[in-house]
Design a protein around this ligand. Structure first.
Ligand SMILES: *[C@@H]1O[C@H](CO)[C@@H](O)[C@H](O)[C@H]1NC(C)=O
Ligand SMILES: *[C@@H]1O[C@H](CO)[C@@H](O)[C@H](O)[C@H]1NC(C)=O
Length: 191
């Protein structure tokens, strides 16, 4: 005897809900996919160069660099110190020149033999189309070398997918205050 319509419907419902569970199970695992770069508006990668002056101000009432960890041991390289920075980035060596952004992050004495810093900072731009965009610099800075190269490891805004490097050259160092003005040339690939 043929199954009643009700029984057939019940079997169909049970089977289709299993199928639904299987399909959903597969979809849940699809957290990764290959994307077409056009969907993010990524066209031709370009190379940009920026020259900025980085002001490390330790003296006065409003220092831009403050020590947050003192050297924990006696060493000639002050191994272990950490300074937090919010350093102005200007167009010219003069602090009064146009503010292009700020370098926010920290540097730490990371060598027991030479005076090498570990530098970790974001350049936050505030001018024109770059306003709000950042690039991230992470590298080793042997501060007494004439030219110190550090990698640009990424960025945000106009600098999404950024990669490149910076060259840092000390422009002025004032021994009495320990304030420094450093010229940064940034070479960055981005879209
Ligand atoms: C560091 O060395 C100086 C001179 O050798 C000494 O006077 C001082 O007590 C030492 N400080 C510490 C924290 O060991
Ligand atoms: C940069 O962006 C901030 C926040 O959106 C805004 O307040 C500021 O006026 C902008 N500066 C320039 C120079 O466009």
């Amino acid at each position: 005897m043929a199954r009643s319509f009700a029984t057939q419907f019940l079997i169909f419902s049970i089977l289709s809900s299993f199928a639904l569970i299987l399909v959903q199970g597969e979809e849940d695992e699809e957290f990764a996919r290959t994307m077409n770069r056009d969907r993010l508006g990524l066209k031709q990668e370009k190379l940009s160069h920026f020259r900025l002056y980085w002001h490390d101000i330790l003296s006065g009432k409003n220092p831009s660099a403050v020590q947050v960890v003192k050297p924990p041991i006696n060493s000639t390289t002050l191994f272990g110190f950490v300074y937090m920075i919010d350093n102005p980035l200007t167009e010219k060596p003069e602090l009064s020149s146009k503010l292009l952004g700020r370098a926010q992050g920290f540097y730490a004495s990371a060598s027991q033999e030479e005076f090498d810093l570990l530098v970790c900072m974001n350049f936050h731009f505030v001018q024109g189309k770059y306003n709000g965009s950042t690039i991230t610099v992470l590298g080793r800075n042997p501060i007494f070398d004439k030219v110190r190269e550090m990698p640009v490891i990424g960025g945000s805004g106009l600098f999404r997918f950024a990669r490149g490097y910076v060259e840092a050259r000390t422009h002025t160092f004032t021994p009495s205050t320990k304030n420094a003005i450093v010229e940064y040339n940034v070479y960055v690939l981005h879209y």
